[in-house]
Design a protein around this ligand. Structure first.
Ligand code: VGL
Ligand code: ZN
Length: 197
């Protein structure tokens, strides 16, 4: 078990918990909506402790490179201003939360919340040093966001009970988790965390 301590320099990032990544959506993660319940537990705690809460959302233009119609590997998903791009309606969004849109430029995958966004700048401005990261999908956007966070020098806690993967190939999520841990992330479930204050 990994015991993890929250500090005043901690923040949470809920990655891409959007309709298109949930059952019935354009690029559904199996059981994707099951992360909402656990993520809400984390969000509630962070919010009550006055710690910053960030959401990322995949926010693609119609001509995005990742779409099959444009030569990519994915069905059209999370097109800006569509229902599929909306955050899941049961997700708790504190009024002070910040939503980071990513994957906006047509020719970048935009898997990571740090890619062509001001996320790093915002976190550094708030003196954040430890990031709790989970959401959809473990093997794509969560992984990329975690790895970029580690490379940017943050301590990273991967929220395994608030994340699910696409698993295009069997074992992709497990491999993604191995890679995140190898690079220095710590993996937890809700019960591992010591909530001080
Ligand atoms: C994602 C595939 C394509 C993700 C986004 O959020 O993990 N996966 N775009
Ligand atoms: Zn995408």
């Amino acid at each position: 078990m990994n015991r993890v301590i929250i500090t005043n320099n901690s923040a949470i990032i809920a990655v891409d918990i959007q309709n298109d990544f949930c059952p019935g959506g354009a690029l559904p993660v199996p059981d994707g909506d099951a992360v909402v319940y656990s993520m809400n537990l984390y969000i509630t705690k962070f919010s009550k402790m006055g710690l910053p809460v960030y959401f990322t959302r995949d926010w693609h233009p119609q001509n995005h490179i990742s779409f099959k119609t444009n030569g990519g590997i994915w069905p059209e998903h999370c097109v800006q201003e569509t229902y599929g791009a909306e955050l899941h309606k049961k997700l708790l969004i504190p009024s002070r939360a910040v939503i980071i849109s990513k994957g906006i430029s047509p020719d970048n995958d935009g898997y990571s919340g740090f890619e062509e966004t001001d996320l790093d700048k915002r976190l550094k401005a708030k003196n954040i040093r430890q990031l709790f990261i989970g959401g959809l999908a473990t093997d794509y956007c969560v992984k990329s966001t975690v790895l970029d966070a580690l490379h940017a020098g943050f301590d990273v806690v991967f929220l395994s009970d608030a994340s699910k993967g696409v698993d295009v190939n069997t074992g992709d999520s497990e491999q993604a988790i191995d890679e995140m841990l190898r690079e220095g992330a710590v993996k937890v479930v809700y019960g591992d965390i010591r909530w001080q204050h």
